[in-house]
Design a protein. Structure first.
Length: 436
């Protein structure tokens, strides 16, 4: 038989001690396969198209005379990777195994083989057979003498059933393989998630420790601020008082240079006092717990300006309608006062002005505080917001370099940002935005 025929043929094993039975199966399944009679029968029973007659047979038959020999052939076929699909097994094969014992041994070797018991006698009842072999879908009984069409029908149906079972088994294996791959993948992801959870828990623990450390630092800072406020400002007040007494009591005995030096001393002490106040203001900005409330800036800003008591030569106006915003009132008061006071303090024009404006930018409010003061060089735009940073202006201006730093901190605490635009000699405009 050619390789093509072997590839397409179904392998069937006939186990019977009668050689004439072997010939009968060969006649029915091989020789008659090429005839039109069996093709017509198959078409009538199964609805199949006539076979291609270039293929000599749909079946490859092997024969054995005893059960032991048949089992050996089953084992060899399985080892070669060409297992039998179907076995026709005679019930009586003296002096060897009977059909039941033979099928028991075959299924121990290859449980997928379809088995047909061929018998002319009722040697065993169906109950006895199932008790021996179990209830199996791979077992049928064929009574002797058997009909050719019945044999052909069994061979066709059972070999197809074996092929379909193999395909289903393959698909099941493929599915199980995919399931295993997916399970392994999920297991790896699970392990990764567990590792990430451990890392997150460790990070949260470190964060808790850092928060505790920051709280302790803030507590120490608050205590330090109290110490600075009391222990540093107290001697400064004493120096100022003593210097003023000396000036009042001994002004007649001092020459002009001595009086000037004492006035300079008082001025330096006052400047030091203002620096301490600025540091305290910066340290307190954002640390004070305050509830957020709705503030009408149309009424709030004029009140903040009045508290500054601006000089008569500087006009302060609000350009447009101010919104009502949710904020921390004390912080906002300090923010506007610092920006307006900064414009007043550095004004170098006989007639100065400060204009406060606000525009709606969708998701945030954009505020501006503009003046017609001396202006700021671009190289100083970033530096002016740093602690103790002051501009080289007139000597009579007593700036501490803290006001804009405090303003920046307050704006950032509200989730916004602040910047300046300026032209030397024409003035400056400070902008800041606050999310709605």
């Amino acid at each position: 038989m050619s390789d093509m025929v072997k590839e397409m043929a179904h392998r069937i094993l006939i186990i019977d001690d009668n050689s004439n039975i072997h010939k009968d199966f060969e006649t029915i399944l091989v020789e008659e396969e090429t005839g039109t009679g069996l093709d017509a029968l198959r078409t009538e029973v199964f609805g199949e198209e006539p076979a291609d007659h270039t293929v000599k047979s749909r079946y490859e038959l092997d024969f054995a005379s005893q059960g032991q020999e048949g089992c050996e052939k089953v084992g060899q076929a399985l080892a070669q990777g060409r297992p039998y699909e179907l076995a026709f097994v005679d019930m009586r094969m003296p002096p060897g195994w009977d059909g039941l014992q033979t099928i028991e041994q075959i299924w121990r070797i290859d449980p997928n083989v379809q088995a047909v018991i061929c018998t002319a006698y009722s040697d065993y009842s169906w109950e006895e057979i199932t008790n021996r072999l179990g209830k199996s879908q791979n077992l049928l009984i064929l009574k002797k003498p058997f009909d050719s069409a019945e044999v052909a029908q069994l061979a066709s149906a059972l070999t197809k059933k074996w092929v379909l079972a193999g395909q289903a088994s393959l698909k099941t294996e493929q599915l199980e393989h995919k399931v295993k791959e997916r399970t392994d993948e999920l297991a790896a992801i699970n392990e990764q998630l567990k590792a990430e959870i451990v890392e997150r828990e460790q990070a949260q623990q470190k964060q808790s420790e850092l928060i505790k450390t920051v709280d302790n630092v803030n507590k120490e800072l608050k205590e330090f601020v109290s110490i600075v406020s009391h222990d540093l400002k107290a001697p400064l007040r004493g120096i100022t008082t003593l210097a003023n007494w000396i000036l009042e009591d001994s002004s007649d005995s001092f020459d002009e240079q001595a009086s000037e030096q004492l006035n300079l001393l008082v001025d330096r002490v006052e400047r030091m006092h203002n620096l301490i106040d600025g540091v305290l203001a910066y340290s307190r900005a954002g640390r004070r717990e305050e509830n957020t409330i709705s503030v009408d800036l149309g009424k709030f800003i004029p009140e903040a300006i009045d508290m500054l008591a601006p000089p008569e030569n500087i006009s302060i106006t609000i350009k447009n309608e101010m919104p009502v915003i949710d904020c921390q009132e004390t912080h906002l008061m300090q923010l506007f006062q610092n920006l307006v006071d900064n414009a007043i303090k550095y004004m170098d024009k006989p007639q100065g002005w400060v204009k406060i404006g606000c525009t709606d930018e969708g998701s945030f409010w954009k505020f501006s505080v503009a003046d017609n003061g001396p202006g700021i060089e671009e190289k100083h735009f970033d530096g002016i917001f740093k602690m103790f940073s002051t501009l080289p202006v007139a000597k009579e201006v007593k700036g501490t370099g803290v006001g804009l730093t405090v303003a920046k901190k307050i704006v950032e605490l509200h989730g916004g940002k602040i910047w300046v635009e300026s032209e030397v000699g024409k003035g400056s405009t400070f902008f800041f935005i606050i999310p709605k």
